[in-house]
Design a protein around this ligand. Structure first.
Ligand code: SF4
Ligand code: SF4
Length: 455
């Protein structure tokens, strides 16, 4: 369905921007918010995959790489969210939310502003010298900007404090330092030369969005049933991707940014006519406005893009994953406790005259604060913990392995297998954990006298 029409990317100086127009203003506001979110996500561990510590931070929860179920649900949730957005709202992400687009447009604006300033202030020197000066000033702005963007991007994978330290010491000797310097160079070249070309030549998400689109997906649509186009070409000059929307609504380069809508609204508005370019649901040309003929709920479902069963099914699937993820995160215990019996010897008699069984504790603190773990025995009379009476203190991120005994007086045991529960309690409080275990007593142990039956 998507067509790849031959196009050119006009240099910044030939492109017109339409500040103050409707969609331009909305888009710049949304982009500013997204830019802020892009910076805050890794700095506050809202969403970050720390490859050095093998942790995934998701809305405040520190997930260990071993927590497969939560990681799986998180990935599925994000993947379905991305697919649902592409299916319903087309390339809205590209035009409004994508960091690559935000920085490319910022680079265009800065370059254009520098060119204009030099043109005005230094009109006395030759065009070649002015060009050299423009490039030098633009590069001087681009370098720290690229370092900053790279810093934020790499913070998604490396702790920001560690990264900041490497930046201050200009670390280009260690592997992470070399990776950071290489990404900075790629970012610099990207914003110096590629910019929006990245979207149509490299970015896989652009292609994926076009594959997921169907006849009901939101797109930018040119419709001129009565031949009202005055062929002013303002929509083409305003297009940051250098395409002509009148040729097709399905051009691969179109990021649905709506600059052409603003351009046409401005031109035809002055003639008292409506724009010929609009946001529409698929090729039907039906504009993205509430459908007053349908019932209230149906009208709003259609208005927000849920125009058929497929979209509603995707939304329900998204809700299922979101619910599953919330439940999994809320049930998550910061301190993971595993207790295993050591059956090299079934039991032995200790110096204290008690029967001892050996166990091993493996505890992991996946939380962010120090935790104190203590254990006790339930359902086995006189049994108690030996060798770890004071419990164990776990620093954040620490895992420990400890051997301990459970000891009990033989007179209180039945010969052979006894059942018991080992209770693990954690401070700061989390749900206490009971581990069902068996305790072996000698077969010739004298069983405890049973209480007389009530008469
Ligand atoms: S054709 Fe219009 S919506 Fe598409 S990229 Fe160009 S200006 Fe944006
Ligand atoms: S801005 Fe509108 S009137 Fe002008 S060429 Fe584009 S579609 Fe036609």
């Amino acid at each position: 369905m998507t067509t790849n029409v031959k196009h050119k990317y006009p240099p910044a100086s030939e492109r017109i921007t339409l500040p103050g127009t409707r969609f331009h203003r909305i888009r710049k506001t949304v982009q500013a918010v997204c830019f802020l979110i892009f910076i805050l996500l890794p700095l506050f561990d809202v969403m970050r995959f720390d490859i050095t510590r093998e942790r995934f931070y998701f809305f405040g929860a520190e997930l260990w790489i071993s927590e497969f179920s939560i990681l799986f649900l998180s990935m599925m949730f994000l993947w379905i969210l991305v697919a649902a957005m592409a299916m319903i709202y087309g390339r809205f992400y590209c035009g409004y939310l994508c960091p690559q687009m935000i920085f490319s447009e910022a680079a265009n604006s800065i370059e254009k502003a520098i060119d204009r300033k030099i043109e005005r202030k230094l009109s006395g020197i030759g065009p070649g010298a002015r060009r050299v000066l423009s490039v030098a000033i633009f590069s001087a702005v681009l370098l720290p900007a690229s370092v900053f963007v790279t810093f934020v991007f790499v913070s998604f994978f490396v702790p920001p404090a560690d990264l900041f330290h490497r930046l201050l010491t200009l670390d280009i000797r260690t592997a992470p330092g070399i990776v950071g310097a290489s990404i900075t160079l790629v970012t610099l070249l990207d914003f110096a030369f590629l910019r929006q070309r990245f979207c149509t030549s490299i970015c896989p998400y652009g292609y994926l969005q076009n594959m997921l689109a169907d006849k009901n997906t939101l797109l930018v649509h040119f419709h001129d049933a009565n031949g009202q186009c005055i062929h002013c070409d303002k929509c083409v000059r305003a297009c940051p991707m250098g395409i002509d929307i009148r040729r097709s609504s399905h051009q691969l380069e179109c990021t649905h940014c709506a600059e052409c809508i603003d351009a046409c609204s401005g031109v035809l508005g002055r003639l008292g006519r409506n724009t010929l370019i609009q946001y529409a649901w698929g090729d039907t040309g039906q504009t993205a406005a509430p459908d007053t003929r349908a019932g209230l709920l149906r009208s709003w479902l259609r208005f927000i893009g849920l125009r058929d069963g497929k979209r509603i099914a995707v939304l329900i699937l998204l809700l299922v994953y979101a619910t599953g993820l919330s439940i999994a995160i809320s049930m998550r215990q910061p301190v993971l406790v595993q207790i295993m019996p050591n059956r090299i010897t079934l039991y032995n008699v200790g110096a204290d005259g008690l029967i001892h069984n050996h166990f091993r504790l493996v505890a992991v603190n996946r939380g962010r604060v120090e935790a104190h773990l203590t254990m006790s025995i339930a359902d086995l009379p006189s049994a108690h913990i030996v060798g770890m009476e004071d419990g164990v203190v776990l620093k954040p991120g620490e895992s420990v392995k400890r051997d301990f005994d459970v000891a009990a007086a033989s007179a209180r045991l039945v010969p052979g297998v006894n059942r018991m529960n080992i209770l693990a309690a954690v401070v700061p409080a989390q749900k206490s954990q009971a581990v069902a275990e068996t305790f072996f007593a000698p077969l010739d142990a004298v069983p405890a006298p049973q209480p007389a039956a009530a008469k």
